[in-house]
Design a protein. Structure first.
Length: 310
Protein backbone atom coordinates (compact mmCIF):
# COMPACT_ATOMS: atom_id res chain seq x y z
CA UNK A 1 0.00 0.00 0.00
CA UNK A 2 1.19 3.50 -0.75
CA UNK A 3 2.42 4.81 2.66
CA UNK A 4 0.94 8.18 1.84
CA UNK A 5 -2.54 6.65 1.73
CA UNK A 6 -4.12 5.93 5.09
CA UNK A 7 -6.66 3.23 5.69
CA UNK A 8 -10.04 4.71 6.68
CA UNK A 9 -10.04 2.37 9.68
CA UNK A 10 -6.77 3.89 10.94
CA UNK A 11 -7.92 7.16 12.54
CA UNK A 12 -5.33 9.47 14.04
CA UNK A 13 -5.59 12.42 16.38
CA UNK A 14 -3.26 14.75 18.26
CA UNK A 15 -5.28 15.21 21.43
CA UNK A 16 -5.36 12.58 24.23
CA UNK A 17 -8.00 9.98 23.41
CA UNK A 18 -9.74 7.14 25.20
CA UNK A 19 -10.89 4.38 22.89
CA UNK A 20 -12.82 1.14 23.20
CA UNK A 21 -13.77 -1.57 20.74
CA UNK A 22 -16.99 -3.56 20.60
CA UNK A 23 -17.80 -6.21 17.99
CA UNK A 24 -21.41 -6.08 16.85
CA UNK A 25 -22.71 -9.13 15.06
CA UNK A 26 -23.76 -7.85 11.57
CA UNK A 27 -27.06 -9.68 11.71
CA UNK A 28 -27.93 -7.94 14.96
CA UNK A 29 -27.67 -4.47 13.42
CA UNK A 30 -28.26 -4.70 9.66
CA UNK A 31 -28.69 -0.92 9.29
CA UNK A 32 -25.16 -0.01 10.36
CA UNK A 33 -23.10 1.77 7.67
CA UNK A 34 -20.93 -0.63 5.63
CA UNK A 35 -17.92 1.72 5.68
CA UNK A 36 -15.79 3.10 8.49
CA UNK A 37 -17.38 6.33 9.71
CA UNK A 38 -18.46 8.27 12.78
CA UNK A 39 -22.01 7.80 14.03
CA UNK A 40 -23.88 9.62 16.78
CA UNK A 41 -25.48 7.63 19.60
CA UNK A 42 -27.72 8.45 22.52
CA UNK A 43 -26.15 8.95 25.97
CA UNK A 44 -27.74 5.68 27.13
CA UNK A 45 -26.30 3.70 24.20
CA UNK A 46 -22.88 5.22 24.88
CA UNK A 47 -23.01 3.98 28.45
CA UNK A 48 -23.97 0.50 27.26
CA UNK A 49 -21.07 0.43 24.81
CA UNK A 50 -18.59 1.50 27.49
CA UNK A 51 -19.88 -1.17 29.86
CA UNK A 52 -19.60 -3.90 27.27
CA UNK A 53 -16.22 -2.77 25.93
CA UNK A 54 -14.58 -3.03 29.37
CA UNK A 55 -15.69 -6.59 30.04
CA UNK A 56 -13.11 -9.41 29.85
CA UNK A 57 -12.35 -10.66 26.33
CA UNK A 58 -13.02 -14.28 27.35
CA UNK A 59 -16.06 -13.77 29.52
CA UNK A 60 -18.39 -16.51 30.71
CA UNK A 61 -21.24 -16.68 28.19
CA UNK A 62 -23.59 -18.04 30.83
CA UNK A 63 -22.40 -15.81 33.65
CA UNK A 64 -23.15 -12.22 34.54
CA UNK A 65 -20.90 -10.85 31.79
CA UNK A 66 -22.60 -13.00 29.19
CA UNK A 67 -26.11 -12.04 30.15
CA UNK A 68 -25.36 -8.33 30.39
CA UNK A 69 -25.68 -7.59 26.66
CA UNK A 70 -29.08 -9.26 26.61
CA UNK A 71 -30.45 -7.61 29.72
CA UNK A 72 -32.18 -4.28 29.94
CA UNK A 73 -30.66 -1.22 31.61
CA UNK A 74 -33.41 -1.34 34.22
CA UNK A 75 -32.59 -4.88 35.31
CA UNK A 76 -28.81 -4.83 34.98
CA UNK A 77 -27.55 -1.28 35.46
CA UNK A 78 -30.34 0.58 37.27
CA UNK A 79 -27.90 1.36 40.08
CA UNK A 80 -25.75 3.45 37.73
CA UNK A 81 -26.91 7.02 38.39
CA UNK A 82 -26.03 8.09 34.83
CA UNK A 83 -28.47 5.52 33.45
CA UNK A 84 -31.16 5.54 36.11
CA UNK A 85 -31.73 9.23 35.40
CA UNK A 86 -32.24 8.65 31.68
CA UNK A 87 -35.58 10.41 31.02
CA UNK A 88 -38.65 8.53 29.91
CA UNK A 89 -40.13 11.73 28.49
CA UNK A 90 -38.59 14.95 27.24
CA UNK A 91 -38.78 18.01 25.05
CA UNK A 92 -36.84 17.39 21.86
CA UNK A 93 -35.50 20.13 19.60
CA UNK A 94 -34.77 19.67 15.92
CA UNK A 95 -32.07 22.15 14.87
CA UNK A 96 -30.34 22.80 11.57
CA UNK A 97 -27.47 24.72 13.22
CA UNK A 98 -25.39 23.48 16.15
CA UNK A 99 -25.20 26.95 17.68
CA UNK A 100 -28.84 26.58 18.77
CA UNK A 101 -28.08 23.74 21.19
CA UNK A 102 -26.54 25.98 23.85
CA UNK A 103 -29.18 28.69 23.38
CA UNK A 104 -32.19 26.44 23.75
CA UNK A 105 -30.63 24.38 26.54
CA UNK A 106 -30.22 27.58 28.53
CA UNK A 107 -33.75 28.79 27.78
CA UNK A 108 -35.29 25.50 28.92
CA UNK A 109 -33.20 25.51 32.13
CA UNK A 110 -34.28 29.07 32.86
CA UNK A 111 -37.95 28.15 32.57
CA UNK A 112 -37.82 24.75 34.29
CA UNK A 113 -34.54 22.97 34.99
CA UNK A 114 -36.32 19.71 35.84
CA UNK A 115 -37.48 19.12 32.27
CA UNK A 116 -35.16 16.91 30.21
CA UNK A 117 -34.26 18.34 26.81
CA UNK A 118 -32.72 16.61 23.84
CA UNK A 119 -31.18 18.34 20.83
CA UNK A 120 -31.06 16.74 17.39
CA UNK A 121 -28.88 18.68 14.94
CA UNK A 122 -29.55 18.00 11.25
CA UNK A 123 -27.60 20.65 9.35
CA UNK A 124 -27.96 18.74 6.09
CA UNK A 125 -31.73 19.28 5.97
CA UNK A 126 -31.39 23.06 5.63
CA UNK A 127 -28.36 22.76 3.36
CA UNK A 128 -30.33 20.52 1.00
CA UNK A 129 -33.29 22.91 1.02
CA UNK A 130 -31.05 25.86 0.18
CA UNK A 131 -29.32 23.90 -2.56
CA UNK A 132 -32.62 22.76 -4.10
CA UNK A 133 -34.31 26.12 -3.67
CA UNK A 134 -37.41 24.32 -2.39
CA UNK A 135 -38.64 21.67 0.02
CA UNK A 136 -38.24 18.44 -1.94
CA UNK A 137 -39.89 15.08 -1.28
CA UNK A 138 -36.54 13.83 -0.01
CA UNK A 139 -36.34 16.63 2.55
CA UNK A 140 -39.91 15.94 3.67
CA UNK A 141 -39.13 12.25 4.05
CA UNK A 142 -35.91 12.90 5.98
CA UNK A 143 -37.64 15.39 8.30
CA UNK A 144 -40.45 12.92 8.90
CA UNK A 145 -37.98 10.20 9.88
CA UNK A 146 -36.19 12.48 12.36
CA UNK A 147 -39.38 13.73 14.02
CA UNK A 148 -40.88 10.25 14.29
CA UNK A 149 -37.63 8.89 15.75
CA UNK A 150 -37.64 11.60 18.43
CA UNK A 151 -41.26 10.83 19.28
CA UNK A 152 -40.46 7.12 19.48
CA UNK A 153 -37.55 7.87 21.83
CA UNK A 154 -39.89 9.49 24.36
CA UNK A 155 -40.36 13.09 23.26
CA UNK A 156 -43.67 14.53 24.43
CA UNK A 157 -43.00 17.73 22.50
CA UNK A 158 -40.83 18.12 19.40
CA UNK A 159 -39.85 21.70 18.51
CA UNK A 160 -38.44 22.50 15.08
CA UNK A 161 -36.25 25.60 15.40
CA UNK A 162 -35.71 26.00 11.66
CA UNK A 163 -38.21 28.39 10.06
CA UNK A 164 -37.66 26.90 6.62
CA UNK A 165 -38.61 23.41 7.83
CA UNK A 166 -41.09 24.30 10.58
CA UNK A 167 -44.20 23.67 8.52
CA UNK A 168 -42.82 20.36 7.28
CA UNK A 169 -42.12 19.21 10.84
CA UNK A 170 -45.57 20.23 12.10
CA UNK A 171 -47.19 18.12 9.38
CA UNK A 172 -45.46 14.90 10.48
CA UNK A 173 -48.00 12.40 11.86
CA UNK A 174 -47.00 11.19 15.32
CA UNK A 175 -48.90 9.75 18.24
CA UNK A 176 -48.63 10.77 21.90
CA UNK A 177 -46.46 13.74 20.95
CA UNK A 178 -46.96 17.41 20.05
CA UNK A 179 -44.90 18.72 17.13
CA UNK A 180 -44.59 22.49 16.90
CA UNK A 181 -42.59 25.05 14.97
CA UNK A 182 -40.73 27.42 17.23
CA UNK A 183 -42.01 30.52 15.42
CA UNK A 184 -45.74 29.83 15.78
CA UNK A 185 -46.22 31.56 19.18
CA UNK A 186 -44.31 34.59 17.89
CA UNK A 187 -46.43 34.71 14.74
CA UNK A 188 -49.64 34.52 16.78
CA UNK A 189 -48.47 37.45 18.90
CA UNK A 190 -47.59 39.46 15.80
CA UNK A 191 -51.00 38.95 14.21
CA UNK A 192 -52.79 39.83 17.45
CA UNK A 193 -50.87 43.13 17.70
CA UNK A 194 -52.74 44.72 14.78
CA UNK A 195 -49.53 46.44 13.62
CA UNK A 196 -47.84 46.32 10.25
CA UNK A 197 -45.55 43.29 10.44
CA UNK A 198 -42.06 43.73 9.05
CA UNK A 199 -40.57 40.27 8.52
CA UNK A 200 -36.77 40.19 8.59
CA UNK A 201 -34.85 37.15 7.39
CA UNK A 202 -31.24 36.37 6.58
CA UNK A 203 -32.22 33.61 4.13
CA UNK A 204 -34.69 34.09 1.25
CA UNK A 205 -36.07 30.59 1.83
CA UNK A 206 -37.46 31.75 5.19
CA UNK A 207 -39.97 34.25 3.82
CA UNK A 208 -42.45 31.87 2.19
CA UNK A 209 -43.08 29.61 5.21
CA UNK A 210 -43.06 32.52 7.66
CA UNK A 211 -45.46 34.74 5.70
CA UNK A 212 -47.68 31.73 4.97
CA UNK A 213 -47.86 31.04 8.70
CA UNK A 214 -48.79 34.65 9.45
CA UNK A 215 -51.55 34.64 6.82
CA UNK A 216 -52.90 31.30 8.02
CA UNK A 217 -53.10 32.56 11.61
CA UNK A 218 -54.71 35.81 10.45
CA UNK A 219 -57.25 33.89 8.37
CA UNK A 220 -58.16 31.64 11.29
CA UNK A 221 -58.62 34.74 13.47
CA UNK A 222 -60.50 36.57 10.69
CA UNK A 223 -58.01 39.42 10.74
CA UNK A 224 -56.42 41.37 7.93
CA UNK A 225 -52.68 41.93 8.14
CA UNK A 226 -50.13 44.11 6.37
CA UNK A 227 -46.82 42.27 5.90
CA UNK A 228 -43.52 43.62 4.59
CA UNK A 229 -40.39 41.59 3.85
CA UNK A 230 -36.79 42.70 4.34
CA UNK A 231 -33.82 40.47 3.49
CA UNK A 232 -30.66 40.97 5.57
CA UNK A 233 -28.57 39.97 2.59
CA UNK A 234 -25.09 40.30 4.09
CA UNK A 235 -25.90 38.80 7.47
CA UNK A 236 -26.01 35.08 6.71
CA UNK A 237 -22.42 34.91 5.54
CA UNK A 238 -21.36 36.29 8.92
CA UNK A 239 -23.40 33.58 10.66
CA UNK A 240 -21.85 30.85 8.52
CA UNK A 241 -18.34 32.01 9.38
CA UNK A 242 -19.12 32.04 13.10
CA UNK A 243 -19.18 35.82 13.51
CA UNK A 244 -22.33 35.88 15.60
CA UNK A 245 -21.82 39.40 17.04
CA UNK A 246 -21.32 40.70 13.49
CA UNK A 247 -24.41 38.78 12.38
CA UNK A 248 -26.55 40.38 15.10
CA UNK A 249 -25.08 43.79 14.37
CA UNK A 250 -25.89 43.57 10.66
CA UNK A 251 -29.49 42.63 11.45
CA UNK A 252 -29.76 45.51 13.94
CA UNK A 253 -28.52 47.98 11.31
CA UNK A 254 -31.13 46.66 8.87
CA UNK A 255 -33.87 47.19 11.45
CA UNK A 256 -32.70 50.74 12.09
CA UNK A 257 -32.75 51.47 8.36
CA UNK A 258 -36.12 49.95 7.48
CA UNK A 259 -38.49 49.89 10.47
CA UNK A 260 -41.00 52.72 10.89
CA UNK A 261 -42.95 53.91 13.93
CA UNK A 262 -46.01 51.72 14.27
CA UNK A 263 -44.28 48.67 12.81
CA UNK A 264 -43.73 45.38 14.56
CA UNK A 265 -40.48 43.69 13.56
CA UNK A 266 -40.60 39.92 13.36
CA UNK A 267 -37.21 38.18 13.32
CA UNK A 268 -38.02 35.14 11.21
CA UNK A 269 -35.06 32.95 12.23
CA UNK A 270 -34.24 31.84 15.77
CA UNK A 271 -30.60 32.74 15.24
CA UNK A 272 -31.56 36.41 14.82
CA UNK A 273 -32.78 36.83 18.42
CA UNK A 274 -29.68 38.63 19.82
CA UNK A 275 -30.31 41.54 17.44
CA UNK A 276 -33.43 42.51 19.41
CA UNK A 277 -31.34 43.72 22.35
CA UNK A 278 -29.33 45.98 20.04
CA UNK A 279 -32.35 48.00 18.91
CA UNK A 280 -34.25 48.51 22.15
CA UNK A 281 -33.58 52.24 21.86
CA UNK A 282 -35.86 52.42 18.81
CA UNK A 283 -38.94 51.69 20.95
CA UNK A 284 -40.30 49.50 18.16
CA UNK A 285 -41.57 46.04 19.16
CA UNK A 286 -39.15 43.34 17.96
CA UNK A 287 -40.26 39.73 18.29
CA UNK A 288 -38.00 36.69 18.17
CA UNK A 289 -39.06 33.08 18.34
CA UNK A 290 -36.67 31.52 20.85
CA UNK A 291 -38.15 32.52 24.22
CA UNK A 292 -41.81 32.41 23.22
CA UNK A 293 -41.25 29.06 21.51
CA UNK A 294 -39.64 27.54 24.59
CA UNK A 295 -42.37 28.92 26.86
CA UNK A 296 -45.01 27.30 24.64
CA UNK A 297 -43.07 24.01 24.47
CA UNK A 298 -42.73 23.82 28.25
CA UNK A 299 -46.44 24.54 28.68
CA UNK A 300 -47.36 21.77 26.26
CA UNK A 301 -44.89 19.38 27.86
CA UNK A 302 -46.41 19.94 31.28
CA UNK A 303 -49.88 19.43 29.85
CA UNK A 304 -48.86 16.17 28.17
CA UNK A 305 -47.12 14.76 31.23
CA UNK A 306 -50.03 15.70 33.51
CA UNK A 307 -52.36 13.94 31.10
CA UNK A 308 -50.18 10.81 31.11
CA UNK A 309 -50.06 10.80 34.91
CA UNK A 310 -53.84 10.69 35.24
Amino acid sequence: MDPRVRDASDPRARAPLEGYGVFIEPGAAPNLPPDCCAVSVTPLFRELLLRLATRPALYDLEGADGTAPRSTPASRWASDHRISRTPRSMIAFLHTARVHVETFSRLVRNVDDTIPARHEVQERLLADALEAGAITDGIRSATTMVVQALANDGAKVVVCTCSTLGGVAEAVPVSDCVVMRVDRPMAEQAVASGRRILVLAALPSTFQPTVALLRQIASDARRSIDVGEVLCGRAWRLFETGDHPGYAGEIARTIEATARPGDLVLLAQASMAPAAELVRHLEIPVLSSSQSGVDAAVSRYRSRTRHDAV
